[in-house]
Design a protein around this ligand. Structure first.
Ligand SMILES: Cc1cc2nc3c(=O)[nH]c(=O)nc-3n(C[C@H](O)[C@H](O)[C@H](O)COP(=O)(O)OP(=O)(O)OC[C@H]3O[C@@H](n4cnc5c(N)ncnc54)[C@H](O)[C@@H]3O)c2cc1C
Length: 458
């Protein structure tokens, strides 16, 4: 099957599927990942399998890995395009101790202390799951210094970060610390807009495509099949079976796990309609920085960093001396390559690191993040049917997708620990949005409002 040209305008709310055998987005990660592992080719005939996983991002691959390795279940991953083609090959590679977009303080307000603490514990276990896969499967994926710097972009934010740090320490026994501007600049990074930071001990940067290739190799080693260029274009349920139609064959499966992230198109399943919002995020990578530029930026760590804007920037120094930075982008796919979004991102880079005004930009790309309407993910079963999904990480899925895959596999295998059902992310479905047609105009208004809050208020 001929490789199709990458479509920069793909939009999950408009297009029927994310394509078929479409080339990767032009990312630094794909360019520097080395040789792609073998897969099982394209579905070319009708077949039958116990469980189908739709999507070969981190979530789909981790689910397949656990299904095959721990539960000995026959599993086939169906990927529309290439291995890890969606968010997984386009992200910032920042593994943080988080999932969804709500802060620990917001968990406390929403669910109370017992549930908030249990959720924190689950996310910590998730980070351990993520690290264990890398270690056990011997995946070489350019791990960075440990930790995460959450950098205050204005002085008034530091007081909020101090309260957050106190809460982390006292309520969650998570020992974060506040670093003042002087120490931040002397020991970590000379970021011009920084006014101090919250330093989290847990966090890692990874090369996401090397990691995805490692997940795929491991899943196949334990018997999972991975079919690429095999989009699910129709889906029928008859008696106890699912019939997943791909362009060249129909797969009959007893159970289906959906792991399509921000690339979940509206026609995939009626059960998911309006339950999530795809949001564009873009990223650039500079050329290799000169010693003069590195010296001026005074970056003494490879640790992952984000700033405290609501429309936040995420950035870090890459192992080969380039800088990567990303932020929120266009609202529609058709506007994704509008130069103003690129300009906003590059302007952010230059304001943070004026020395990089002379650095070339070698790579620019974007991708769809899956954001749920209540800002938290769900790993759940649909209405007692044999359909499961893990969606809605809100741009915090690099590490948590490992745990989501583990838990989804347990749900599929029927061995999910009922004690975990007390966590809202495992016990309910993604909420629907009540004002469907207004979601994108609403997003446009919110972005303007957030830009105002981020830049105008002291
Ligand atoms: C620009 C950007 C930056 C990000 N940065 C970070 C970060 O620094 N840290 C972090 O934690 N998270 C980040 N994220 C989010 C993170 O990448 C994801 O949460 C993570 O990769 C998990 O993705 P996934 O496996 O759930 O979905 P994806 O990786 O998006 O995979 C979904 C797959 O499903 C396939 N698919 C869809 N429909 C079908 C179909 N009908 N049939 C077959 N296949 C189908 C798609 O082709 C796609 O490959 C970022 C995302 C983006 C876009």
């Amino acid at each position: 099957m001929p490789l199709r040209k990458y479509n920069p305008h793909y939009d999950p709310l408009v297009d029927e599927t994310p394509g078929c055998n479409t080339d990767y987005a032009p990312t630094y990660w794909v360019d520097s990942a080395g040789i792609q592992p073998e897969d099982d080719g394209t579905v070319s005939t009708d077949m039958s399998v116990d469980t189908v996983v739709i999507g070969s991002g981190f979530t789909g691959l981790a689910t397949a890995l656990f299904l095959a390795k721990e539960h000995h279940i026959e599993v086939a991953v169906l990927e529309a395009n290439r291995l890890g083609w969606g968010c997984t090959s386009r992200n910032g590679g920042q593994a943080q101790l988080a999932t969804g977009r709500l802060s620990r303080n917001q968990w406390l307000k929403k669910w109370g202390e017992t549930t908030a603490k249990a959720l924190h514990e689950e996310i910590c276990q998730g980070f351990a799951t993520f690290e264990a896969i890398i270690k056990d499967e011997d995946i070489s994926c350019d791990l960075t210094d440990r930790g995460h710097l959450y950098i205050a972009h204005k002085p008034s934010i530091l007081a909020r970060l101090s309260r957050e740090s106190e809460l982390n320490n006292k309520v969650f026994s998570y020992n974060t610390e506040i670093i003042d501007t002087h120490r931040l600049r002397a020991e970590y990074v000379n970021e011009h807009h920084s006014c101090g930071a919250l330093l989290e001990p847990t966090g890692l940067g990874v090369h996401p495509v090397k990691l995805a290739y490692g997940y795929a190799r491991a899943a196949r080693k334990y018997g999972a099949k991975i079919y690429t260029s095999s989009p699910v274009i129709a889906w029928e349920e008859k008696q106890d079976y699912h019939y997943l139609v791909t362009p060249k064959g129909i797969i009959k499966a007893h159970r289906v796990a959906i792991a399509t992230g921000g690339y979940t198109h509206t026609s995939l399943s009626p059960y998911l309609s309006y339950r999530y919002m795809p949001i564009l995020s873009n990223s650039v990578v500079t050329g290799v920085l000169t010693s003069g530029q590195l010296e001026e930026c005074s970056i003494k760590t490879s640790m992952v960093m984000t700033d405290t804007r609501i429309l936040r920037f995420y950035y870090r120094l890459l192992p080969d001396g380039r800088m990567q930075i990303g932020t929120r982008s266009a609202i529609t796919g058709s506007d994704a390559d509008n130069k103003k979004h690129y300009a906003l991102l590059v302007d952010g880079l230059h304001r943070k690191f004026p020395a990089l005004k002379s650095a070339p930009i070698d790579y620019s790309w974007w991708g769809w993040v899956d954001v749920s309407h209540d800002m938290m993910p769900r790993i759940t079963q649909i209405d007692k049917k044999n359909i499961f999904y893990a969606l809605g990480y809100g741009g915090n899925g690099v590490s948590f997708s490992a745990q989501a895959g583990k838990r989804m596999a347990q749900k599929v295998a029927g061995v999910f620990d009922s004690n975990l059902e007390k966590l809202p992310i495992y016990s309910s479905e993604l909420p629907k949005h009540p004002l469907r047609p207004l979601r994108r105009p609403g997003q446009w208004l919110l972005y303007r409002y957030y830009h105002g809050l981020d830049s105008i208020l002291p």
